[in-house]
Ligand binder design. Sequence first.
Ligand code: GLP
Length: 246
Amino acid sequence: MSTTAVRLRPASPRTRLIAAPPDQLGAVAAVVVADFVRAQPNGVLGIATGASPMSLYRGLAAHRLAGLATEGLTLCALDEYVGIAPDDPRSYRSYVLKNVAGPLGIPAERVHLPGEVDDYDQLIASLGGVGLQIVGIGGNGHIGFNEPGSALESSTRVVELTAETRQANARYFGGDPAAVPQQAMTQGIRTICNAAGIVMVASGAAKAQALVAALTGPVTSQVPASALQLHPAVTVVADAAALGEE
Ligand code: GLP
């Protein structure tokens, strides 16, 4: 496992930036998560969906095979589509069960997604809060499904997806943006920032503009991920392309 040098300096001194080759991103990020699991084996891990964290989840499963006890975790997802049945393979519940809970040996009873209870923020609080939240970043700077313009103080709620996001996620819906739900339920920006720690994974040039703005630009609702500058314990694991350095 190797990391690479990075020129970019995050605006927040509390943001730890780790650059890694694309094929090592997941393994590097998995070490950060494994450290959390070792410290809090019965803790609450916040789960992001999408392609970016997939190698992280594979890395965590490898840690489990090497003896890390992941079975006691509780999982709270960032978001879920509105209008997709929970057992539909395209639902984020299906994603979390298949890619995270299953490989980590976590029973479905300890897997939670927005939309399954009236007050998701209250559920998270009742679980003791998220100990470590994994996030990706949308090409437009979204975190979870908090699209540009989302209030920095937002809590879990139903949101309209932008045309850009529906286009980006069309690959999971037979390539047809019109088949992507128009709405989703997402943890708010405030909800995400309530996590004790956050680890972001970002890969590829399509993320560069959003990631560089989020790390070095002003904190603004126009770039929802920029809110992470206000959080005390963020680790960003990114490849050179996502950092605009390629
Ligand atoms: C999706 C998810 C986000 C994810 C982002 C990037 O729409 N709601 O949680 O971080 O878009 O996805 P990917 O990693 O596939 O590029």
